[in-house]
Design a protein around this ligand. Structure first.
Ligand SMILES: [Zn+2]
Length: 373
């Protein structure tokens, strides 16, 4: 299999960089369609529209209905065709960005993503995650191309919800832990090949940055300020994690995360929070991980507030029988868990989740109880 890396054409990140959107987007298209919901427009609308107007771009303004469904993507594509839009700008969270990508693919327009939270890997990727009208995940689809421009205003991110920022750290932390599994077994990445050394370096860098600066960045975002730590962690959450997962590959951490929403108690969790627990479960499943490394990862997750126990997921006291369907899916045909160099069974997955909960509970007790002098 060939080594393949895919990435956005251009990535621009900085505090108040949104004011430069017009000149950056004018180089890509002349008739932009902007897709955003009311809440996002209230936050960034004035700055973005002023910048597009200053660049003499005629904007079609479309209100996003909130879910990346086929119907919503068709509606936006219809409006884009009618307006002859040559670039679709998705602004907001992953669902708005994913819908913009789908509508752009349908109308052969170019794509700009402007994430207002750094919680997931949508901004840089070639994928749309599809949902149905009830909010259930229906799988994902690649468009074969990555966004033409990813524009990340760190001032906007720092003023966003802390929980989303932390969830993004969960998704980014998994990148290295999963990519190294895929490299070991030469499992395919999501770019249609095996990992390049470049993708591996980006994935590892994301992990290093988080362990060093993650907690500092979280403290800054709690105060809604932009610091060098915030800049570093935003880059890890958005660029390094985004390119790293797509060109590095995913494994059990994401497989468990994708299964957790089948339990109603987990419905309110963000993707990156589910991945956070998936990471600990994967580390408990793996055969060759050093205990010291597991403790470092668990303690980091506890420090920033990612879920490491069943109670954190809303599943306190969950019975083994309720986890067994997840074990079956993880051990089944086409599962991401097949990336590992050993056989994953339904029992081993459930055992790993229970071990993760026990580990998380024990480390929490250690880190929260006052230490004796
Ligand atoms: Zn993810």
């Amino acid at each position: 299999m060939n080594a393949v890396l895919i990435a956005p054409h251009k990535y621009v990140q900085g505090s108040d960089v949104l004011a430069e959107a017009g000149s950056l987007i004018a180089a890509i298209g002349k008739k932009p369609l902007v897709l955003w919901d009311k809440k996002v427009k209230a936050i960034v609308g004035k700055t973005l529209l002023a910048s597009l107007a200053a660049a003499k771009l005629k904007v079609t303004d479309v209100a996003f209905k909130g879910d990346s469904t086929h119907a919503e993507a068709d509606r936006v594509a219809g409006l884009a065709a009618k307006a002859k839009a040559d670039v679709i700008i998705g602004v907001g969270g992953g669902k708005a960005l994913d819908t913009a990508k789908a509508a752009a693919a349908a109308t052969k327009a170019r794509v700009v993503t402007i994430p207002t939270i750094a919680s997931n890997d949508s901004p840089t990727s070639s994928y749309t995650v599809w949902y149905d009208e009830k909010g259930n995940c229906m799988g994902f689809e690649s468009w074969g191309v990555n966004p033409d421009l990813v524009l990340v205003d760190t001032r906007v991110i720092a003023n966003g919800p802390v929980q989303a920022f932390v969830a993004g750290m969960g998704d980014a932390l998994a990148t290295w832990i999963e990519a190294r599994v895929c490299l070991q077994t030469r499992s395919p990445n999501l770019a249609g090949g095996v990992s390049t050394q470049a993708a591996m370096a980006l994935a590892q860098l994301a992990c290093d940055i988080l362990l060093e600066y993650g907690l500092e960045a979280k403290r800054a975002v709690e105060k809604k300020v932009v610091t060098p730590a915030v800049e570093k962690v935003v880059e890890a959450n958005v660029l390094l994690s985004g390119v790293g997962f797509e060109s590095g590959g995913v494994a059990t951490a994401h497989m468990i995360a994708n299964c957790l929403p089948s339990l109603p108690e987990c419905h309110k969790l963000m993707h990156g929070q589910e991945v956070g627990f998936g990471i600990i479960s994967q580390l408990c499943l793996e055969e060759d991980v050093e205990v010291e490394e597991i403790y470092e990862i668990v303690d980091f997750e506890i420090a920033v507030g990612l879920p490491v126990t069943f109670a954190d997921l809303g599943l306190a006291g969950v019975k083994r029988s309720r986890l067994e369907p997840i074990g079956k899916i993880c051990a089944g045909e086409g599962s991401l868990c097949q990336a590992h160099p050993f056989k994953v069974t339904p029992e081993s997955v459930v055992d790993a989740m229970i071990a993760a909960d026990a580990l998380g509970t024990a480390r929490k007790r250690l880190t929260t109880e006052p230490q004796r002098r």
